[in-house]
Design a protein around this ligand. Structure first.
Ligand code: AHR
Length: 634
């Protein structure tokens, strides 16, 4: 028998309880939520023509060159110079392959733009959308009027007449003369909120549907960088996109068997856009900043303490950028980007998976400076990656002594770890620093090394999350990681949401996260199984919350066994309860079941109404199931 006490809540569930962790890994940003279709639009990748194919007939020495104006434009030095001599369709083609191809949709408008300069007066640029068979499925002609020595922007929109999963974009010219080209760009019309140059709407919708309490960005290890030169620097990600300086993605060189040598961060998607996204979907922003240390799994490069000031200043300036008055230096920049109202940033992470005395020394300097200026601003600190190890305990103790608001714990572990750690937080002190379970995922071993989001992964995470929910007084934020992966370009698995160029699907883990988030309630209720917290007795796991807004009792039950289990649920402390309950059920007999592009809802919640016979009723938990019951209190 489960006993739920509906009138004695033990803790508040914070609005931030369930959130999302975003990182540009697995083509998460460039080639992912950032909807730009042209790869290497400004020729700044390590090899300047990566992503481009140049075809000349006949080949003419020096007709296509990459120029570097280093001294004049340090953020975006390179551009393409094309010399044309009575050019036509057959003489010179430039073809961009996109990020693992381009997803093109029938009847959708595509917005092309280019920065160019030329002294010639008769040039035409033809833009063609190609399908996988190299057939033209959309085209347009852009007149490149003479600009003299200054740069100008040309733009044109046109429709695709067909759909292509692996499209490309080809360019050719008419006329004679020299033309310089930069920031060659193609965006679909159907971006999130139809913002020009915006985000891929289907991917963002998946996040919006979860109603996350927060969005953590921009990572992950990319915050740290393989070395400090490649760390994430938010100031280089705001303002006009042509002035945002590209860097190599930290995930460019890892995992050689799935190397992505063409993985760069163009920062078309930067901190302004992340704040805007948070606002759009009603989530708190949680930026993470570099603490003066590069990734300790790589170089462990450190900034000397006496040179940490610029890093600390970045943190202070970020708060001003998000919240400052429009007359402040950084508030003004936000206003210039179109958002005079503050973003109301309340918290920030300092460091990601950093550890050791070097981390603590640096963190103290950040903490002192930030608290001096913004005493109520919350700091999230890192506890490394070893949830059971001595290093974690040591760091955790030191961080708690510093009275930090949150300690960020990460665990990528096997399903058994999650089942046996459901009680992890039951004995954590209720006072002092809170826990941010900032990265977690259940890794099911497979012979080929690829870890998949099977139903075993999903159900083990669901069991673990009942323990997080029960301890919402201590664990006040949690996010699965990583968030996105492209089926043709990933470094890390499992991931919450997978995409190809046209489609998106949620894994079983996605639906588990979503169910917790949409049913987070407002207060934790005591729920016991034979007078004990439910944590695996008969392979059952459960938690309960009250939703004050709807006056509903929400009970979550995981049955991780292969047999059906009938349990009595006894609701105490309620006058009456409704005769029916809403059931959202995830169930599979096969723990290896997966979702895929072809079968996106193979493992997904099914909703129904069930009958309840009074305050003590029997519930049948199906084999390998996760049930969420919403019961009106009367
Ligand atoms: O989520 C993938 C990586 O795992 C993150 O970048 C890092 O924080 C962790 O090691």
């Amino acid at each position: 028998t489960f006993v739920v006490k509906a009138n004695t809540p033990v803790a508040e569930v914070q609005s931030t309880m369930w959130g999302v962790f975003f990182e540009d890994i697995n083509l998460g940003a460039d080639g992912g939520i950032y909807a730009e279709l042209i790869k290497n639009r400004s020729f700044e990748f390590a090899r300047p023509l990566m992503g481009w194919k140049v075809e000349q007939r006949p080949y003419t020495e020096g007709a296509v060159t990459v120029q570097n104006r280093q001294g004049n434009n340090a953020a975006n030095p390179r551009f393409l110079r094309v010399q044309l001599n009575n050019a036509s369709q057959t003489s010179l083609n430039l073809t961009n392959e996109g990020f693992r191809g381009m997803g093109l949709k029938k009847d959708l408008r595509y917005d092309f733009s280019v920065m160019y300069r030329t002294t010639a007066n008769n040039l035409k640029l033809h833009v063609e959308l190609l399908n996988a068979k190299n057939e033209v499925i959309g085209n347009s002609v852009v007149n490149l009027a003479a600009t003299g020595s200054s740069w100008s922007k040309a733009a044109q929109s046109f429709q695709s007449k067909d759909t292509a999963q692996k499209g490309q974009c080809r360019f050719w010219f008419e006329g004679t003369g020299t033309v310089d080209l930069d920031m060659i760009s193609l965006f679909p019309e159907d971006t999130w909120k139809k913002r020009p140059g915006g985000m891929r709407a289907d991917m963002i919708q998946m996040l919006a549907d979860m109603k996350p309490g927060f969005v953590r960005f921009p990572g992950g290890c990319i915050v740290e960088g393989i070395d400090l030169a490649n760390r994430y620097q938010w100031k280089k990600t705001i303002g006009p996109i042509e002035e945002r300086q590209l860097i190599m993605n930290r995930w460019n060189v890892e995992f050689p068997h799935r190397a992505a040598p063409d993985y760069f961060q163009t920062f078309g998607l930067g901190f302004f856009e992340y704040f805007q996204l948070c606002e759009d979907i009603g989530a708190e922003a949680l930026p993470i900043l570099n603490c003066g240390m590069a990734c300790q799994f790589n170089t462990a490069e450190l900034v000397p303490l006496d040179q940490l000031d610029p890093y600390v200043q970045d943190a202070l300036d970020l708060i001003e950028f998000a919240n400052g008055d429009v007359t402040s230096t950084w508030g003004k920049k936000r206003a210039e980007m179109g958002h005079p109202a503050p973003f109301n940033l309340k918290m920030m992470g300092i460091g990601n998976e950093n550890w050791g005395p070097q981390y603590l020394e640096r963190l103290k300097i950040f903490q002192t400076a930030i608290k001096a200026k913004y005493p109520t601003f919350k700091l999230i600190t890192s506890s490394g990656t070893d949830p059971d190890g001595a290093r974690y305990d040591l760091l955790n103790t030191e961080l708690r002594k510093m009275n930090v608001e949150f300690v960020d714990e990460h665990y990528y572990r096997k399903p058994e770890w999650f089942f046996s750690n459901v009680k992890r937080y039951d004995n954590y002190t209720r006072t002092g620093s809170k826990v941010f379970a900032g990265e977690y995922a259940s890794h099911v071993d497979r012979t080929n090394g690829d870890k998949r989001n099977t139903w075993l992964a999903g159900i083990s995470i669901a069991a673990f999350m009942t323990g997080l929910e029960r301890n919402a007084e201590v664990v006040q934020m949690a996010s699965y990681a990583p968030l996105f992966a492209h089926v043709d370009g990933w470094q890390w698995a499992p991931d919450l949401i997978w995409v190809n160029n046209l489609n998106v699907y949620g894994t079983p883990d996605y639906y588990v996260q979503k169910l917790f988030s949409l049913n987070k309630g407002t207060q934790v209720l005591p729920l016991t199984f034979n007078n004990e917290a439910v944590a695996g007795q008969d392979s059952l796991y459960a938690s309960a919350v009250l939703d004050k807004a709807t006056n509903e009792l929400v009970v979550k039950i995981v049955n991780a066994s292969n047999k059906q289990q009938i349990q009595t649920i006894s609701v105490e402390g309620a006058k009456k309860i409704a005769k029916t309950a809403k059931l959202q059920l995830m169930q599979q007999n096969d723990l290896t079941a997966l979702n895929s592009i072809a079968a996106p809802q193979q493992v997904a919640p099914v909703e129904s109404m069930i009958t309840i016979n009074g305050k003590k009723f029997d519930y049948t938990a199906a084999p390998y199931s996760f049930s969420v019951l919403r019961i009106k209190l009367q």
